[in-house]
Write a protein that binds this ligand. Structure first.
Ligand code: ATP
Ligand code: MG
Length: 463
């Protein structure tokens, strides 16, 4: 990056050096062109009035016009032979002059050329001397301008010096900045590599208050997040293995007992095999829930549509009837029509079933479960109320944690894994809903969910 900055600035400085000199030079050339051509044509037009192009005539004209001092003046005849030269030291009178400008002029053209090189500014101008439509010779003036040349040279050297200073400053600054940035970027890269290699505890310290230090802070936040996710993953795997181990151990004990007891009465064998069946059912439920929660974690996009919660509650109520009957719990519902939410149908069933199942499972003999569903101000609310055992105050905040159970023995007895509410929370948040829970030990629990109401037009065709 520093190199490209240097290259761009160097390019701009070169332009800055060349362009003004070019413009100035052009300006001087153009203004000189007019005056010099005027002067040449003044001489040629005066000369076209003389009877012959010879040294005396030309000298007279030059004197009359008073142009003696305006540079070197050479006059040639039509054969390119010099008839007059005002130079004393290098006088060329009588010689053939083959200068390009003079040849062009004798052919009938006005000529002007200017040149600036090596601190010298020179101008050449020539024009034909015409007599009744024919060129009988040409006048050539050569002039130099030291003053303007010195001015141009001065501008050039000033620009060169300024550019040099600017370039030195730019190079030094670029080197300094690139060293400073380079060191911080290298530090950041080292940090990223460490985190990538799994060292989530690594933190980078990028000093300063700019984008790079922001990047460093973001990287630190990211590693903290990785650290949390990793520890959650480890805890989840160890909890899950533990949960799987318990029913497996029971199955093993039951199977060993059958194998090792000689002449076990058939009723006892039946009872043990029945228990093995129960444990296997529990394992099946547990693995189903584990699958469900890992699928929710993986954020696999499930199909969403407008789902009517009323139908879902009725289905869950129907499924829970036998369980409710077992402990004489009555389920009461008050369900409004047209409570649609944008969600996945199966996930909605899981949410409602898990909440209602808990309300039945953690209830008292002869207790009550009330389910309310209504729509208000663009929001759909589902409330599951029970007159059950309630949750101790200190546990209310934790019941949504994975594998968390207030009373492990009671939950396990009821076939619970502690994953039900975790699944509920995960799915509800995914569909943009909110959960509220309030509970009083010994009196009951109330869980309320709110979602944005959906347009029923989008309802599943198979609903
Ligand atoms: P699973 O739902 O996976 O079969 P579970 O019911 O034990 O098992 P969750 O539904 O996540 O797991 O509930 C976690 C714990 O919260 C339960 O073990 C229970 O102690 C407590 N709990 C949940 N709902 C209620 C309720 N309505 N009344 C009293 N306690 C409850
Ligand atoms: Mg449950």
């Amino acid at each position: 990056m520093a190199l490209s900055y240097i290259a761009i600035i160097a390019g701009m400085l070169v332009l800055l050096n060349v362009y003004p000199t070019y413009v100035n030079q052009n300006f001087i050339f153009r203004s000189k062109q007019d005056t010099l051509l005027d002067r040449v044509s003044l001489i040629t037009s005066t000369l076209s009035g003389v009877d012959a192009l010879n040294v005396e005539n030309v000298k007279r004209v030059v004197e009359i016009l008073d142009v003696e001092d305006s540079g070197r003046i050479i006059v040639v005849d039509e054969n390119l032979r010099a008839v007059y030269d005002n130079s004393v030291s290098e006088n060329v009178t009588g010689k053939l002059i083959l200068l390009q400008e003079i040849r062009y002029a004798v052919e009938g053209n006005d000529v002007f050329s200017a040149n600036y090189s090596g601190n010298e500014l020179s101008f050449k101008s020539a024009a034909p001397v015409m007599l009744s439509g024919n060129a009988i010779g040409a006048v050539y003036i050569y002039e130099t301008d030291e003053e303007q040349a010195a001015l141009l040279a001065d501008i050039q050297s000033n620009l060169r010096n300024i550019s040099l200073i600017v370039m030195i400053v730019v190079v030094l600054l670029s080197i300094g900045l690139s060293m400073m940035f380079g060191r911080r970027i290298a530090k950041l890269l080292r940090g990223i590599r460490k985190v990538r290699e799994g060292d989530y505890g690594h933190r980078v310290d990028i000093p300063g208050d700019d984008e790079l230090s922001d990047l460093g802070n973001e990287l630190n936040e990211l590693s903290i997040r990785f650290e949390q996710v990793e520890s959650m993953r480890q805890r989840f795997v160890s909890d899950a293995s533990h949960e799987l181990k318990t029913p497996l151990a029971s199955v093993k004990i039951l199977a060993d007992s059958i194998m090792q007891t000689d002449n076990m009465p058939p009723e006892m064998v039946k009872e043990f095999v029945g228990d093995i069946g129960d444990e296997i059912n529990r394992l099946t439920r547990l693995t189903e829930k584990l699958l469900k929660i890992t699928r929710l974690d993986a954020d696999i996009q499930s199909e969403v549509s407008a789902v009517d919660l009323k139908g879902i509650v009725i289905r869950a109520e129907h499924m829970l009837e036998p369980l409710a009957k077992e402990s004489s719990v009555t389920i009461q519902t008050e369900l409004e029509e047209g409570c649609f939410i944008e969600a996945n149908r199966d996930d909605c069933y899981q949410i409602v079933f898990n909440l209602m199942e808990n309300a039945v499972k953690y209830n008292k003999i002869g207790g009550k479960v009330s389910v309310y569903l209504f729509k208000k101000e663009g929001q759909v609310t589902l409330i599951v109320n029970d007159t059950g055992i309630g949750i101790p105050e200190e546990d209310v905040g934790r019941v949504f944690d994975r594998f968390y159970r207030v009373d492990k023995a009671r939950s396990r007895e009821a076939g619970g894994s502690g994953l039900g509410l975790a699944i509920v929370e995960n799915a509800v948040t995914r569909f943009g809903g909110k959960i509220e829970i309030s509970s009083k030990l010994g009196e009951g629990t109330r869980i309320s969910l709110t979602f944005a109401a959906a347009d029923p037009g989008k309802e599943d065709s198979d609903a």
